[in-house]
Design a protein around this ligand. Structure first.
Ligand SMILES: Nc1nc2c(ncn2[C@@H]2O[C@H](COP(=O)(O)OP(=O)(O)O)[C@@H](O)[C@H]2O)c(=O)[nH]1
Ligand SMILES: [Mg+2]
Length: 229
């Protein structure tokens, strides 16, 4: 019994410490005028493609950097390198990123003068939803090829997100996916979700997404609406 009590109390200390570190990171980034966006999705939903399209849209305007997480390879960093400062975070098997790895990746990019920092997590709809990376906003990317029934099946990923990107709109004529049904299912879990249907391939909807980013950064700098998970 005594041993059991000790384990629980250590666990709480670790969680409290991680939350404090994430809060510290979030405040440091806010102090530098950087909006931190955490992107989660299943593998292949289009996180990296969305970041490429975002960088194309912002080119010559807003500055952004990317920390991109994968279990192995530097493929996503190679894709993004022509567009933005980027560091690949390889987890070596872990299914999600954690803040110490994010801090190490950011250190590789310093000195950094950007308005947006995107953290692309390892692709899956489970583990990344349970880890606080010090983001200001979490975005879940759901693509039309995954089925419109996914929000209800992975509720935590949707509940802990502020925005939902529905990607691959260009494929709607070819796949059985209802944007309305997906949004309804997602908003049953998280009524406050902002929704952005778009195609990272054709750029349809990318301007609205980028307007959202600009608006959220302005809100952050005005010190209103900075959320935590
Ligand atoms: N048709 C179509 N394909 C897309 C779109 N976005 C991404 N893809 C493709 O989907 C695959 C996975 O995209 P990727 O960005 O690597 O997904 P990630 O694993 O979430 O980073 C790639 O073959 C992309 O070219 C889109 O909007 N439309
Ligand atoms: Mg990717």
């Amino acid at each position: 019994m005594a041993t059991f009590s000790k384990v629980v109390s250590v666990g709480r200390d670790v969680l409290d410490g991680a939350a404090a570190d994430a809060g510290d990171f979030r405040r440091r980034m806010q102090g530098r005028g950087i909006l931190v966006m955490h992107l989660i999705s299943s593998p292949g939903a289009g996180k990296t493609s969305l970041l490429e399209a975002t960088a194309r849209h912002f080119a010559g305007g807003a500055r952004m950097a990317v920390l991109v997480g994968d279990i192995a390879t530097t493929r996503d960093a190679q894709r993004l390198a022509p567009w933005a400062p980027v560091a690949q975070l390889t987890t070596g098997g872990a299914c999600h990123l954690e803040l110490p790895l994010v801090e190490r990746g950011l250190a590789q990019l310093e000195p950094l003068d950007v308005e947006f920092l995107f953290i692309e997590d390892v692709g899956n709809l489970v583990c990344p939803a349970s880890h606080n990376l010090g983001q200001h906003r979490r975005v879940i990317v759901l693509s039309t090829t995954e089925g419109d029934d996914k929000p209800g099946k992975y509720p935590k990923a949707f509940r802990t997100s502020e925005a939902l990107v529905i990607n691959k709109l260009d494929l709607l004529p070819h796949v059985p996916f209802s944007v309305e049904a997906a949004v309804e299912d997602a908003r049953r879990i998280q009524p406050a979700l902002e929704v952005f249907p778009l195609s990272a391939k054709t750029d349809e909807g990318i301007a609205a997404w980028c307007n959202y980013l600009t608006h959220e950064r302005a809100r952050l700098l005005g010190d209103i609406g900075c959320t935590t998970t």
